[in-house]
Write a protein that binds this ligand. Structure first.
Ligand code: ADP
Length: 360
C-alpha cells in the first residue's frame, strides 16, 4: 500500500543518515567564540574529516595534552541551524511512523543548548532551532500523507525546576486540552494535568512557542538566571489512523533542553543556589543512572529517582530512539567542563536500546 511505501522510504532515509542500531546516538556541537572572547586559543584542535572525531587540546599548565573523542557526528563552530536539523530530520520524521523519539541538549551553561533547541530569533528563519523546525516538519509531512493517514498533532511544554513541574502553555491561568485524547490514551504522558495544544499551521507553532517563552519569563526567577537551572521539555504527540485498515498508532517526540551540567562548588553557594545545584546534580545523575542501567540491561531501571527520568520513561526505554546533542564551548576556561561533558557523552554512547514501532 502507499502507506507501506511511505514507511519504507522514510526508513531508508533514516538508515542513511543515522544508521540507528539500537544505540543512543551522540552528536557534538562546538559553539563559536562570542564577541569579547579570546579567539586565538580554542580548546578544539581538530575536527575529523567525516565529522566523527574531535580532538580537545586541554592546555593544562602550559602543556599540550590531547584527547580524542569519537561521536556519530561533530559540528564545528561554523555549522548552521539548518545543517543540524538536516542531520536529525529522519529521526523526527520517524515519529510519524509511530516511534517515540527523544532528543536531549546536554552541556554546561553557555555552551549553546538553548541556541540549538529554541533558536535565536523567531523572526529570523535561519536561526530557527530544532524545536520549531521539528514541529513544523511534523505537521507538514503529515499533510502530505493526508490521503492515507489521518494525523493529529499536539504539543505540550513544561519546565522542571527544583523537581517541580510547571506547565508553560497555560493561558490566562487555564490549561488547554486536546479533545481527541483522554488521560489513559496518552502514550508517554506522565504530566496528565499540563496543557496539550493542537497544532496545524506554522502560525500555531509560532504562537505556542511565544506563549511558552513568555510563561518562562514570568516565572518566579528571571528567565536567563532560571533557564540554565531548569530542564525544559517540549513534547509533540502524534496520533495516526490508517484509513484503509482503520488501525491506530501513536508516536511522540520529546525535545529536552537540560539544565546546565556544570558542577557547582558547594562551598561557594548557599540558600536557593545550593538547593538548585543539588536538584540539578541529582536529576542529571538520575539520568546517567537510568542510561547505565539500560546499558547493562538491568532488570530494574531507576526511572522513579527524578521527575526528569519519570517523565521521559517511555522515551528512554525499549521503544525509543534517542539522540543526545552534546554542546561544548571552545574557551580555555571551560576545559574542565568540556572534558567531563565529553566523557559523559562517551558513556551514553555505549548504551543499547531496542527501537521498535509502538503499534497498538
Ligand atoms: P546554554 O543554553 O547552553 O546556556 P546558550 O544557547 O544560551 O547556552 O548560548 C550562550 C550564548 O552563545 C548565547 O549568547 C548564544 O546566542 C550564543 N551561541 C550559542 N551557540 C551559538 C552558535 N552556534 N552560533 C552563534 N551563537 C551561539
Amino acid at each position: 500500500s502507499s502507506y507501506l511505501k511511505i514507511l519504507q522510504e522514510n526508513q531508508m532515509l533514516f538508515n542513511e543518515v543515522l544508521d540507528l542500531k539500537g544505540k543512543i546516538r551522540i552528536y557534538c556541537r562546538v559553539r563559536p567564540f562570542l564577541p569579547g572572547e579570546a579567539k586565538d586559543q580554542s580548546t578544539v584542535d581538530h575536527i575529523g574529516e567525516n565529522g566523527s572525531i574531535l580532538i580537545v587540546n586541554s592546555l593544562r599548565k602550559g602543556k599540550d595534552s590531547k584527547k580524542v573523542f569519537s561521536f556519530d557526528k561533530v559540528f564545528g563552530p561554523t555549522s548552521s541551524q539548518e545543517q543540524i536539523y538536516t542531520n536529525i530530520q529522519p529521526l523526527i520524521r520517524s515519529v510519524l511512523d509511530g516511534y517515540n523519539v527523544c532528543i536531549f541538549a546536554y552541556g554546561q551553561t553557555g555552551s549553546g543548548k538553548t541556541y540549538t533547541m529554541s533558536g535565536y530569533d523567531l523572526n529570523s528563519k535561519e536561526t530557527w532551532g530544532v524545536n520549531f523546525r521539528s514541529i513544523c516538519d511534523l505537521f507538514q509531512i503529515s499533510k502530505t500523507r493526508a490521503d492515507v493517514i489521518e494525523y493529529k498533532v499536539g504539543v505540550q511544554m513544561i519546565e522542571i525546576y527544583n523537581e517541580q513541574v510547571r506547565d508553560l502553555l497555560v493561558i490566562d491561568g487555564s490549561t488547554k486540552r486536546l479533545d481527541i485524547y483522554n488521560n489513559t490514551q496518552l502514550n508517554g504522558l506522565t504530566v496528565p494535568d499540563a496543557s496539550w495544544v493542537p497544532v496545524s499551521s506554522t502560525q500555531d507553532v509560532l504562537d505556542l512557542i511565544r506563549i511558552g517563552q513568555k510563561n518562562r519569563i514570568v516565572g518566579p526567577t528571571a528567565f536567563n538566571e532560571r533557564s540554565s537551572r531548569s530542564h525544559s521539555i517540549l513534547t509533540v504527540h502524534v496520533h495516526g489512523k490508517e484509513f484503509v485498515s482503520g488501525s491506530i498508532f501513536k508516536g511522540s517526540l520529546n525535545l529536552v533542553d537540560l539544565a546546565g551540567s556544570e558542577r557547582v562548588d558547594k562551598s561557594k553557594v548557599q540558600g536557593d543556589r545550593l538547593k538548585e545545584a543539588q536538584y540539578i546534580n541529582r536529576s542529571l545523575s538520575a539520568l546517567g543512572d537510568v542510561i547505565s542501567a539500560l546499558a547493562q540491561k538491568s532488570t530494574h531501571i531507576p526511572y522513579r529517582n527524578s521527575k526528569l527520568t519519570q517523565i521521559l520513561q517511555n522515551s528512554l526505554g525499549g521503544h525509543a530512539k534517542t539522540l543526545m546533542l552534546v554542546h561544548i564551548s571552545p574557551e580555555p576556561e571551560a576545559i574542565g567542563e568540556t572534558v567531563s561533558t565529553l566523557k559523559f557523552a562517551e558513556r551514553v554512547a555505549s548504551i543499547e536500546l531496542g527501537a521498535a514501532r509502538s503499534n497498538k
